[in-house]
Design a protein around this ligand. Structure first.
Ligand code: ADP
Ligand code: MG
Length: 175
């Protein structure tokens, strides 16, 4: 996490517009998460930005369940535990990751200090070939040389949510 910032991330994120979608129910957001999961190749960092209730955890249900790491209902907010760890049992395409792979679901909302952040053991997570999903990443500056995807969720009236994906690794893969 404290390694050199990946120059490719900053240079490619600058002027590429995010891919945007609007979902109209939690189920649609879960379905979008499933689509996103099918494009993920570990190691990858998925940053989920957006207000409380914007659907970050809901999107994560889709991602983690599609990876075969847990059932939708078992993917819950890590607001209190801060980090939930899952093991991927059945990656659809085993060629993607011949080694067993873990998924970490992190929520930094309640993190108050850098010391707290260090105690989470995220550095360990980022030293293995994992999929790391972070809610409230704006609470800290992440320095990593991992491919990174930033997803912003916004309330768009009622049950609608606008989901903007800035794919900092391969912009076209997530459309
Ligand atoms: P966050 O993790 O961003 O705080 P959650 O995913 O925990 O948000 O909560 C989103 C809430 O909004 C859930 O209760 C969900 O059922 C509801 N919801 C309604 N419409 C949508 C939608 N289109 N996408 C995601 N969640 C939605
Ligand atoms: Mg959440």
């Amino acid at each position: 996490m404290r390694s050199r910032k990946r120059t490719r991330v900053s240079s490619r994120s600058g002027n590429v517009p995010a891919n945007e979608f609007v979902t109209h129910s939690a189920e649609e957001t879960i379905a979008k998460g499933r689509e996103i999961a099918s494009k993920l190749r570990p190691p990858v960092l998925v940053l989920l930005k957006g207000d409380l209730g914007s659907g970050k955890t809901t999107l994560t249900k889709g991602i983690i369940s599609a990876l075969g790491a847990a059932k939708e209902e078992d993917v819950t907010s890590p607001t209190f535990n801060l980090v939930h760890e899952f093991r991927i049992h059945n990656l659809a395409d085993s060629a993607r990751s011949p080694q067993p792979c873990k998924v970490y679901h992190v929520d930094l909302y309640r993190i108050e200090s850098f010391h707290d952040l260090e105690s989470l053991g995220l550095e360990d997570a980022l030293s293995e070939k994992a999929i790391v999903i972070i809610e409230w990443p704006e609470r800290f500056t992440f320095r990593t040389d991992w491919p990174t995807i930033e997803i912003r969720l916004d309330h768009a009236g009622g049950d609608s949510r606008r989901i903007a994906i800035s794919n900092l690794i391969a912009q076209n893969e997530l459309t």
